[in-house]
Design a protein around this ligand. Sequence first.
Ligand code: PHE
Length: 345
Amino acid sequence: MKNNKLKDILQNALGTIEKALSLDALINIKNTYLSKKSELMGMMSKIGELPPEERKEFGQEVNEVKTTIAASLDEKMAELSEKEMAEKLKKEEIDISLPSRSLTVGGRNPFHIIKDEMIDVFLGMGFEVADGPEVESDEFNFELLNIPKDHPARDMQDTFYIDKNTLLRTHTSPVQAHVMAEKKGEAIRVICPGKTYRRDDDDATHSHQFAQIEGLVVDKDINIGHLKATLELFAQRMFGEKRKIRLRSSYFPFTEPSVEVDIDCANCGGKGCSMCKGTGYIEILGGGMVHPNVLKMNGYDPEVYSGFAFGIGIERVAILRYGIDDIRRFYQNDVRFLHQFRKKI
Ligand code: PHE
């Protein structure tokens, strides 16, 4: 290389590149030596001032200096990035021998835990899940269930009316009529979980909104033994293999005979304690054989078909399973309550 100034530039550049300790430093070096404002590029722009015979050689030398510096920068850049990566990996190394922090996931509301369990029990017995609207017509909520207008049983289930003929359903039983309309004379084995509403004043055991699981079986030769066996198996799955149930006679306009179902108290085994208020039994649901009028009104011949139905309060089952003292806890979203049902992993 003839031009001494170029030689100096090259040597200086290679020297600083060699000593550079970081990628940032290399970027600065690149700016100093190769940017448009660099000395090297300044010299290049003055090529026109040289005598013509020297121009070619000078141009080649500038180019050589430029490419040599660029190649050296690239090489150093590769070397430093590899080093930086290795250091970063070392710094971020995880000591897998340390005990981990325990992870907590949010708690499911016990209402949903129990609802899903109940549904599973019935799915296991071959029931299908059916659905119906929460805003119902008077016809479905009452009339098709053998509760005509002015029937005194309507007083037991006052609710929120949208207009004269539309209301928030007071129970999941209207789904019975929807399913019968849909199945048009075929055999039925469904459950319907869902929200229900009543004009109750809220207190520890009442809520204006709560949930039920309705059950309906319609087929030839269905008798009350099927109802009892189904509900006893349900009670055992939910409250323990030893549970027994007791049917007490009751009244619902849409079932005949109607029953109230009690389970023997899991706490005292039937001897009587504070949980069962000394009776040995705890009431959990209502049910009965589908009333012939209901079958007839919904397109099933009661001479050929018979069936049973039941309605279980979901909160009631959850309250009994977990010993919850107030139904309002399910809806208040108090984390101190919900955290008790949180899973640790
Ligand atoms: N619908 C009734 C209630 O809410 C329960 C029930 C359902 C009774 C099905 C008999 C048959 O009180």
